[in-house]
Design a protein around this ligand. Sequence first.
Ligand SMILES: [Zn+2]
Length: 415
Amino acid sequence: MKVYRNAKLRHQKGLFDIWVDKELVYEIVPAGQLPLTAEEETDLMGRLVCEPYVESHIHLDYIDTANVPAEGTGSGTLFEAIDKWSDSKSVLKIQDIKERAYKGIKAEIRNGVQYIRTHVDVTDPNLTALKAMLEVKEEVKDYLYLQLIAFPQEGYYAYKGGDELVEEALKMGADVVGGIPHFEFTRELGEKSVKKAFELAVKYDRLLDIHCDETDDSESRFVENIAAEAYYTGVGSRATASHTCAMSSYNNAYAFKMMSKFKKAGINFVSCPTENCYLQGRYDGYPKRRGITRIDQLVEAGCNVSLAQDSISDPWYPLGNGNMIHQVDFGLHLGHMMSVEQIQNGLDFITINGAKTLSIEDGYDLKKGNKASFIVLDAPDELSAIRERAHVLLSVRNGKEIIVKKPEEIVKEPF
Ligand SMILES: [Zn+2]
């Protein structure tokens, strides 16, 4: 038996001891109240403990490709980045993609992530990236739950045979059906691609996550197709609409009509604050839109929203570091969600909300009887954690410490 003493738990007053027996949480009790002897003890000294971070949207096969093979993007637009990637990806081999993915995975694990949903580009007749990521998924499973999306970066139909490659990827073992309707040639083809994605999700019993309306075009409304298909097929909360940037440009009458439909359909939303504000607004002068979906209104309507990183240095976005709390900081600012209560709930976007998006229903919550998987932040509470963008000092997975860090040490200061 091992005990982590004096933990601050989210939304609870006082400090607690977390007792761990092998892989499981044996008991969580107010500090000092369980008269047992532990073989090992760690004093967390009042630091905040929460469930592991969940990265609900990233492209691990693109990590560090901002300069492959030519220099980075010039215009900073989504569409230029897709064209550049199309020219670049043929040079990447399985080993190369694996090394890139590992760079991202290591960065994320170091920052307290234990669950990642990654899009994997399948618009490639050889499915090289998928083969690489299937190997990685198996190799990292003791440290990380990795969910793979069959993502047709260049479209179901805009890329000839894209629909067949998505299906092939599902047969090979991809967990989630992807899509990119706003990239298809016509609205009709975009709608057809959403329909096809749901057909595949039902046929192969998979989750679904579509890059949706990642544009400032207020006429881009594929999110309504996703909601309708999720509702009528019964896929419901197993479906996710990623980005939905256009929602910030919709007129209010339409947006408000859709809120109750989204709730009824049960679909999840993922917003990627740093990348969305970087790629959107590129065709605007001033005033300039920032492409952040209506996070506050979706939350208010009772929809599940998670925040995610999207890229670590690729043609779409040159920065990114796998530290999810940065996304919370940006998301709260850009989403105008800065009341004390909203900040205190901010960690939900990269923990329990992300877990819902990935459909991790059982065993995610930190409670008695569940797997002992949690992280320790170098902060006494939620508000301080977000204000300071607190470091993750400890990451425990199934009872094993997989990341251990020392608190920041100040060697000298003037007062
Ligand atoms: Zn993406």
